[in-house]
Design a protein around this ligand. Structure first.
Ligand code: TXA
Ligand code: MG
Length: 350
């Protein structure tokens, strides 16, 4: 398949309407298109067209029981796609839409089961990204879209990442802005007791300010154990993993640095990469140190996280040692992604 690659004006995407219209024609005729959003790039199809949705699963190598997020261009679309919408969900969408928040609701009969992985619920999101909204609006239908990465690999925060993963596998890639959040949307299940399932740039603290009764799923922080019954099918699959084995080091900062340096010294003949922060990038005795951002601005770490993991893939390191983060604000989301990317290999430095 030939993949069209079209750039849009990232600052003023309304200047690029011909590109969005071309992409919309592809969607309307059952094709699949990669498009920018503020969180990560998505790989989209008409959410009502089962054969188009099937192409997404095939292109990603995604298990068919893992449902897709349905993206809309206006809040009202929720009423057509969901049923029995609770007051709490309305409070959340009023506060955080458009934005990096996905709500899970009972699905209406209009949404095919293929899109929801066979579930009676549907995940809905109205993105902040202007380019994303212009694209969805031009399509004239809701757009089902998972993150644009091969299943299990780091998400794409730049069209170049998506091109590496999907050249020849999708009909078109829209090259827009670099994703500003850099990690996938916050997911809140509103179909039962309102529960945070995946942390993101809309933080737990921000959600709690609007809905004090909201809970957080315990597996946001913990490795799935024998009791684990995933509330979101995606929770049971490996995610975000770079090619090299990654290990996280937590504890007092100077202990972390000395433990990582000790391991670097012991790994003769291996290429080691260190995922650091700007404040400590000069403290490691190894050639490949990549700073993901500043501890003073953890949102910058989130924004660069997947790009950093992909850069380690390019350098061909044998192993990655990484610093860790806290559990408040956006740091909860960073740790959730890092823990999964590392397959929960976490060393406590004492
Ligand atoms: O920021 C994002 O959310 C990006 C952009 C493209 O919008 N999309 C994204 O999609 O991250 P994906 O497929 O990579 O992650 C969606 C997660 C999966 O873990 C999936 O299992 C879960 O949402 N999910 C989707 N529908 C669900 C449902 N009805 N019930 C529970 N979990 C659901
Ligand atoms: Mg994903």
């Amino acid at each position: 398949m030939l993949t069209l690659y079209e750039k849009v004006d990232a600052l003023n995407p309304e200047n690029s309407m011909p590109v969005f219209r071309k992409a919309a024609e592809i969607i309307k005729s059952g094709g699949i298109v990669i498009f920018p959003t503020e969180t990560v790039y998505g790989i989209g199809a008409d959410a009502f067209n089962e054969s188009a949705v099937k192409k997404i699963y095939e292109a990603k190598g995604r298990p068919s029981d893992n449902p897709l997020i349905v993206h809309v261009s206006k809040t009202d679309d929720l009423n057509y796609l969901a049923a029995n919408i609770p007051e709490g969900a309305k409070k959340l969408t009023d506060s955080f839409w458009p934005g990096p928040l996905t709500v899970i609701l009972e699905k209406s009969a209009n949404v095919p089961f293929l899109t929801t992985g066979g579930l009676n619920t549907v995940a809905l999101r109205l993105p902040q990204s202007k380019a994303a909204r212009l694209f969805i609006e031009a399509c004239g239908c809701p757009v089902a879209a998972p993150s644009a990465n091969i299943s299990g690999k780091p998400s794409s925060t730049d069209a170049k990442h998506a091109l590496l993963d999907f050249d020849g596998k999708v009909d078109m890639i829209i090259d827009g802005e670099q994703s500003v959040c850099g990690i996938e949307s916050t997911i809140v299940d509103c179909s039962d007791d309102i529960t945070l399932l995946r942390p993101g740039s809309v933080t737990f603290e921000m959600l709690r300010a609007v809905l004090p009764e909201i809970k957080a799923d315990k597996y946001i922080k913990l490795k799935p154990d024998d009791d684990f019954k995933p509330k979101s099918p995606g929770q049971k699959y490996r995610h975000y993993a770079p090619k090299a084995e990654m290990t996280l080091f937590c504890g007092n900062h100077s202990k972390v640095v000395s433990e990582i340096n000790k391991r670097i010294a012991a790994s003769v003949g291996k290429r080691v990469g260190v995922l650091s922060t700007r404040e400590s990038e000069r403290e490691y005795n190894c050639g490949i140190v990549i700073s993901a951002g500043s501890r003073l601005d953890p949102a910058s770490v989130a924004a660069n996280l997947y790009d950093t993991l992909r850069r380690f893939d390019e350098t061909g390191v044998d192993m990655i040692y990484s610093e860790t983060f806290g559990s408040e604000g956006i740091e909860l989301a960073i740790m959730n992604r890092l823990s999964k990317a590392a397959g929960y290999r976490i060393v406590e430095c004492k």
